[in-house]
Design a protein around this ligand. Sequence first.
Ligand SMILES: [Zn+2]
Length: 281
Amino acid sequence: MTRILMFGLILAAGCAPAPAGAAEHGRLLLIGQPTLWLEPGPGEPNGPPMNWKAGTELTVFADCPPEAAHGETWFQVGQDAPAGWLPEACLSLPPVDFDESSLRAIGQARVDRTAGLPPNYAPDDLVSVGPRYEQDRDYKLRAEAAEALAAMLAAAKADGHTLYVVSGYRPWSVQQTLYERKVKAAGRDQKTVAKPGHSEHQLGTAVDLTDGNEETLLRVSFGESPAGRWLREHAWEFGFAQSYTEHNEAETGYQPEPWHFRYWGIDQARTKHLRALGVEE
Ligand SMILES: [Zn+2]
């Protein structure tokens, strides 16, 4: 619900009275291809299959404002002219005021449900990190974050907690695959996997960690394990903060993820961390 509301608000913010014809109302990126179909009206089947590629920028037309149907918000979209309707779950907000320089300063860019990264954004200073949870995979982070991670994992080990990297940098295309898979399995109202462009993993500064126990792997119960508790207490000392907590669930629109840490740099991490946990300074 929050997600749809936020999405609607963003579009409504740019909603001026439409001139005659198909006025441009906003731009959205298409997720998913070729399993989605354009439809003649909100939620009405039998439209032609679409031939746009995932990541295509579509125009949202103002003279047909978003409509609610089947519990979802639908947008009329096209390239040069309105071509059909798509539900919100098939569309991603494009980068808003994307500033390349905000990414050069590590940890600065805003990435959440409403602010996204362009499909072609990839950091240029990625390095491999470990220890790896799956030996045949190569996990990467931006250099500064990788260095901080190595220091953090060494400190955790010294305190008796061996941690493994289970996810690092993730390109737009990989996030798209994960998102589509989740939507297929859990429905279009799922709220655990971010849309492509809206995952902190695309920044190359977010890492998922595990203590190697399969039972708590990427599960909320990891937060109550000794290693999970160690991270909650010490991650900020190395410049990392937990992004999604019980406290900020309504704000972020994501369920708590005690395994997911984003590098902000030491200056910012403590504030971000305390804010996420709801602790007032
Ligand atoms: Zn993550």
